[in-house]
Structure formats: C-alpha cells, structure tokens
Ligand binder design. Structure first.
Ligand SMILES: Cc1cc2nc3c(=O)[nH]c(=O)nc-3n(C[C@H](O)[C@H](O)[C@H](O)COP(=O)(O)OP(=O)(O)OC[C@H]3O[C@@H](n4cnc5c(N)ncnc54)[C@H](O)[C@@H]3O)c2cc1C
Length: 546
C-alpha cells in the first residue's frame, strides 16, 4: 500500500478546513486536505438539485462576514481571482397580511424611514441601536472572531474599560427577546428584529449570549450572495491551495488519527492507506468525531472526556425547500409598495412577535409548526444561476429556509423526517402563497427538499443537522468552545489541532475557526506569517480589549 507524506493534514474540506490549509500552504508547508465527500466546500455547496442548468446553494447562501473575513482579502479572491459579490441595497422585507411591510436596507437611515410608518420612537431607537452595534462590531465583535479567546472573566474585565463594549457585555445576561422588547415598542418592529436576532439559531429565550444580539442584528443587513453560487468560493480555495503547492484529496474515508507517544503522526484511511503528517494534523470536524471516533478516549485526560460528554448539538436546524419557478414572485405588498420588489430576503409567516415565539416553542416540543421562514430568489440577483435554453419555461429559482425546524420529531424522531418532508414542504409552500399568490402549483414546477436529517446524512460533522457543529450555549462559546482543553485550537495531544465551527469563533461562513487554527499552528511551528493582522485586531489590542 502506497504511503503519502505531508507536513500537515487538515481533515474536512469545509470553509474552515480550507482556510487553515490555504494560510499554511502559502506559508510554505505541504498540506493535504482530506475530504469525505466527492466535492470540497462543506457548507459552501452549489449543486444541480432542481432541473439541469439550475444552480442551487444547498447550504450556505447568505455571506455575512465578507467585510471582515481575512481570507477574502489575504487570498486576493476579489482581485487576483474572479470572486464577485452581489450586495443588494434592499436586504430584507417582512410583509404582513394587512398589506403593510417592514424593510431593512443596507443604509440604516432608509430602514428608519420604513420603521417610521409603524413607530417614530422605534425608528429613533433603531438608529441608536444601529450606531452602537456598528461601533461594537468594529471595536470588538468582528475582530474577536479572528483571535483566540481568553478566559471569560479576563475578557469581561477588558470589555468594561470601553463604554461601547461595556454596553455590549451588559446585554449578556438578557435573552434576545428581552433585548428586542426593551429597545422597541411596536409589535411588528419587534417581530422583525427578534427574527434577525435569532435567525442563526440563537434561542429567543436563552440568557447568557445576549452580547451576540448586536452582531446578529448588524449582520442582518450585510448579506451578500456569491456570484455563480457559494461553491465558487470553495473552488477558489481549492485553486489557491493547489497553486501554493498543497493538495485537496476528496473521497477520503478516515479510520483513525494515528497517535504515537501522545503525538499525532497522521491519518489512516478505511482502505488501509496511511497518510503521514510530519508537523501537524488539524481536524475541522465536530469534537465527538475528532476525539471519540478518530483518536479514542484512552488517549484523552478524563476531565476532557467529561467535557466532551457534555457537548450538545442544537435541537433545531434548517428545513429548506428549493424551487424551480416559471416566473418571479409577486408579493401582495408590491401592489402598494413597488419599491419593495427584488429584496434579497423576504421573511413570511410571522404576523406578530408571539408567532415567532410559538414557532420556537412548538419546535422545542418536536412539532412541525406552520411558522415562518425566509425566502430568497437568487436568480433575480444572479441570472447565471438559471442557465437553460432561452425558450425554457423555467425562469427562476427560489429558496425557503426555515430556521427553527426540530431534528427530533415528536412522531418518529430524526427518521420521522422521511415521512414528513413532503407534507411539510407543501405546508411551507401554502404559507408562501398567502403572501405571494403567484407562487403556486402552476408556477412551482419542481422542488428539492432539505431536512435536518438530510444535513446530518450529508455532513456527519453537522450532527442532528447542527450547522455549527455544536449549539450556541453559554458554556459552549469563546474559551469554552469546544472546551477549555482545546479552545486555543491545540489539544492535549501533541501536533493535533482543531479548527471547525465547533471551535472559536463558531459557525456560519465566517472563516474564523479556520483562521484562528492557522494562526496557532503557524505560531507553534515557528512558521513566518505572511498575512497581516485581521481588520480591527490591532486597534482592539491597542485599546486593551484583547
Ligand atoms: C441548510 C443550511 C443552510 C445554511 N445557510 C447558511 C448561510 O446562508 N450563511 C452562513 O453563513 N452559513 C450557513 N449555514 C452554516 C454553514 O454552512 C456552516 O456553519 C459552515 O459550513 C461550517 O463550516 P465548517 O468548515 O466548520 O464545517 P462544514 O462546512 O460542515 O465542513 C466540514 C467538512 O468536513 C467533511 N467531513 C465530515 N466528516 C468527515 C470525515 N469523517 N472525514 C473527512 N471529511 C469529513 C464534510 O463533508 C465537510 O465538507 C448553513 C448550513 C446549512 C446546513
């Protein structure tokens, strides 16, 4: 059996693994990225899941940290390669059945105009909230995604030294709902902002992570689409890695991480091949895969096993319905508000804040609720996503994404989705039709349904469909992510590192965990860093916030 040998191995070719590999490859190390699927990218997937010639972003579609994420700039994707972003001015619209609507624009002043129809006071509150959140983003929240975390008490003491970060830190003890309700009086305005605060899996009722609400709300009007689909970005990462002398190997079934004398030496594949790593192995998988499936409990300190046993996945995930459409949607609100056509996102199904709360609560009980979701029609913004012959009757693609779908159904657990996927998709379509009557069985000619169970089947690291490889809970964030033994991305096993979204700075397409892992590996190996400090990090350090 032929052996292969590299300086380093990265397990998992999602956005984080690709980031770690890219930085270290350009630093001169020979790196192999081992990916289980036939294609790299993990959540950066664009697939032909509808009819031929229709490009569907089957997982991540909204890119929210483009303005901060280091690899976008450091790998010169926009200048040397052909990465282009689509960044609509009108970011999100929440239509209501009474014909009114709230709109979120890139420009907070325009959003305030929209809010003014409902409440003058809330419009002013929004402008204040937007201003202070933007400051908190620039000073701390964004840069903190791209540095390794410090123990919570130490961090809190530092945040106390600046009025803006002190304000943000003081939100920690409140739930997203308490924060939204304290800032806004109008029920519809509260509905929109509670949706924005929770759309990435923060529980509306969870105390201890309130400091994330300004980040979530700020990011809700900074979404971009990647031209030609999210996978184009993964493709560029692959190019960057190979142009810098490293490799991506797909179709890899891993049997174990080879550990000798408490040191990671490489990886054994299921077919018996050994891939040696002379300097490091970095796993971008979830902590149970890395430490239980591939290392073995016997190599770990017992206290760490206790912490790993406590690791929790979210009980809710995304339920998606992708559609092939004969025409663009015509939402009822366009009759009165034509200026709301062609928003990036429409959020339907929530008429009041209580609707959102009821949806969360039903999902916690494992019930499939007729709740709300967001819709996007990517081909309106990026026509290349439907490249069919000109006389094709299929013109557009649509996407419905419900954030709070339970993994374990009351009837049938996770496998219950096999029975419920179709009826639930039809229920979602019926909700959309109430807001956009031309979205009906005549215009929706094909669909593809994605359940939390499907996500888990496709990406075993997203256990229970948990797209952050681990829930956002107070004891699973920052210095505790995934636990105090590996929060700096190194582990008790020499030369073994972790760098997936189960590590700091968490999930979504931020590239934070992958970047932080690369920084740590480079520092430990004494490799010369060719990249600059991420935006805002030096300023935060100078202010004493890190
Ligand atoms: C339906 C859905 C919609 C989403 N929408 C958005 C969005 O709009 N915006 C956003 O920012 N985020 C979104 N996300 C979340 C985002 O996709 C993830 O948080 C992100 O991809 C996590 O990156 P990662 O590199 O840590 O893990 P992953 O992207 O999961 O990458 C891990 C890789 O490891 C591979 N792997 C798993 N097990 C093994 C193994 N044993 N051996 C080798 N390889 C293995 C997987 O195949 C995968 O390629 C969405 C997720 C889902 C599921």
């Amino acid at each position: 059996m032929r052996e292969m040998e590299f300086d380093g191995i990265v397990i998992g070719g999602g956005p984080n693994g690709l980031t770690t590999a890219g930085y270290l490859a350009k630093a001169g190390l020979k790196v192999a990225v081992l990916e289980r699927r036939y294609e790299i990218g993990g959540g950066l997937a664009t697939e032909n899941l509808l009819l031929p010639g229709m490009l569907v972003d089957s997982h991540a579609i909204y890119h929210m940290m483009v303005d901060y994420a280091p690899p976008i700039r450091d790998f010169e994707f926009e200048t040397k390669y052909d990465l282009q972003w689509i960044y609509p001015d009108l970011q999100m619209v929440m239509p209501f059945q009474d014909g009114s609507a709230l709109a979120l624009y890139k420009d907070p002043e325009k959003t305030a105009q929209s809010i003014r129809q409902f409440s003058e006071k809330d419009a002013e509150s929004f402008l204040n909230f937007a201003k202070i959140s933007q400051e908190a983003m620039g000073l701390f929240l964004a840069p903190a995604s791209y540095v390794n975390p410090m123990p919570s008490l130490e961090q809190v003491a530092k945040l106390e030294t600046h009025p803006t970060t002190k304000w943000d830190d003081e939100l920690t003890g409140y739930t997203p709902k308490q924060i939204v309700d304290a800032w806004f009086e109008n029920d519809k305005v509260r509905t929109l902002f509670l949706y924005c605060a929770t759309m990435w899996g923060l529980d509306y009722d969870l105390e201890g992570l309130g400091y994330l609400v300004p980040l979530m709300m700020n990011r809700a009007y900074h979404f971009r689409l990647s031209h030609m689909g999210s996978h184009h970005l993964a493709h560029l990462f692959g190019k960057f890695i190979s142009e810098n002398g490293s490799r991506v190997i797909s179709g890899c079934e891993i049997k174990r991480i080879v550990v000798e004398n408490n040191e990671a030496k490489g990886v054994e594949l299921k077919d018996g091949r050994i891939i040696k790593a002379n300097k490091f192995v970095c796993s971008a998988l979830n902590p149970h895969q890395t430490f239980y499936d591939y290392v073995g409990k016997e190599y770990l300190p017992p206290e760490m096993v206790t912490r790993l046993d406590q690791w929790e996945y979210s009980s809710m995930s995304f339920f998606t319905v992708h559609t092939a459409l004969t025409e663009k949607p015509h939402f009822k609100i366009f009759d009165k508000h034509p200026e709301l056509e062609d928003a990036l996102i429409y959020v339907v199904g929530y008429e009041c804040e209580q609707d959102l709360v009821d949806h969360f609560e039903a999902s916690k009980r494992g019930e499939l609720h007729d709740g709300g979701f967001n819709c996007c029609f990517p081909s309106i913004h990026d026509p290349i996503r439907v490249h069919r012959r000109p006389d094709s009757f299929v013109k557009h693609i649509g996407l419905m994404t419900m954030e709070c779908a339970p993994y374990n159904l009351k009837d049938g657990g996770g496998l219950g989705w096999n029975k419920m996927r179709r009826p639930y998709a039809e229920r979602c379509k019926a909700i959309l039709e109430k807001y956009a009557p031309n979205m009906n069985k005549n215009t929706i000619v094909w669909d593809y349904i994605g359940t939390p169970l499907d996500t888990e089947n496709k990406f075993p690291d997203m256990k229970q469909g948990c797209f952050k490889q681990g829930a956002y809970l107070p004891l699973q964030m920052g210095y505790m992510r995934p636990n105090e033994f590996c929060c700096q991305h190194d582990t008790p096993i020499k030369k073994l590192y972790v760098g997936g979204s189960s590590t700091h700075s968490g999930g979504m397409i931020t590239f934070g965990p992958g970047f932080n892992a690369a920084e740590k590996i480079a520092a430990d190996l004494g490799v010369k860093k060719w990249w600059p400090e991420p935006r805002g990090v030096k300023e935060a350090r100078d202010l004493g916030l890190f």
